[in-house]
Design a protein around this ligand. Structure first.
Ligand SMILES: Cc1cc2nc3c(=O)[nH]c(=O)nc-3n(C[C@H](O)[C@H](O)[C@H](O)COP(=O)(O)O)c2cc1C
Length: 156
């Protein structure tokens, strides 16, 4: 099975889009766009994200214990693009707030999760990070979707 073939087939599994965030040792906010977010367990409440070994954020994410996940709304495509880019200033001009545990949370999203790291395991060329959810909130709005390597939205 080629990597390209797997990517192509897996891209047919439509997902939402979230921004995974944390605070670095220097107190600065960090974040990256993820669509590997998965709900894993209800008891205890665990979700997972899968991070490529080549991500420049991997060292920061591996060292961190508190995380935020912000599920983007349909009109936040630009935020997804920003947090999937290479800029070091991804939070510039972005509306965000520190959640109760300090993890950055993006404003105007449709759901937020505040999490503590449960565990992580390297699987092939990714690190799967399991996160215990300490609190979550939902808000009205339509989701930003990702399907076949393109952004899309729910049909009206
Ligand atoms: C819609 C979308 C979903 C993404 N999901 C993931 C993901 O789940 N895991 C991952 O490692 N990278 C994912 N990426 C890529 C990262 O967002 C991107 O490579 C990264 O932020 C680039 O900078 P970095 O090297 O600092 O990570 C995704 C990109 C997009 C556009």
């Amino acid at each position: 099975m080629s990597c390209e073939g797997l990517r192509c087939a897996a891209s047919k599994f439509a997902t939402g889009v979230a921004v995974l965030t944390t605070t670095g040792a220097d107190g600065a906010p960090h974040g990256m766009t993820v669509n590997s977010f998965t709900s894993v367990s209800c008891d205890p409440p665990i979700v997972s994200v899968s991070i490529g070994l080549r991500s420049s954020l991997l060292a920061i994410l591996s060292a961190a214990s508190r995380f935020g996940l912000s599920v983007l709304s349909a009109d936040q495509r630009a935020i997804s693009t920003r947090f999937a880019g290479t800029s070091d200033a991804r939070f510039d001009g972005i509306e965000w707030r520190p959640g109760p545990s300090g993890a950055p949370l993006i404003e105007n999203v449709i759901a937020t999760f505040e999490c503590r790291k449960h565990s992580e395991v390297t699987v092939g060329d990714h690190v799967v990070i399991y996160l215990e959810v300490e609190s979550a909130e939902t808000f009205d709005g339509e989701p930003l979707l990702y399907f076949a390597s393109r952004y899309t939205r729910l049909e009206p």
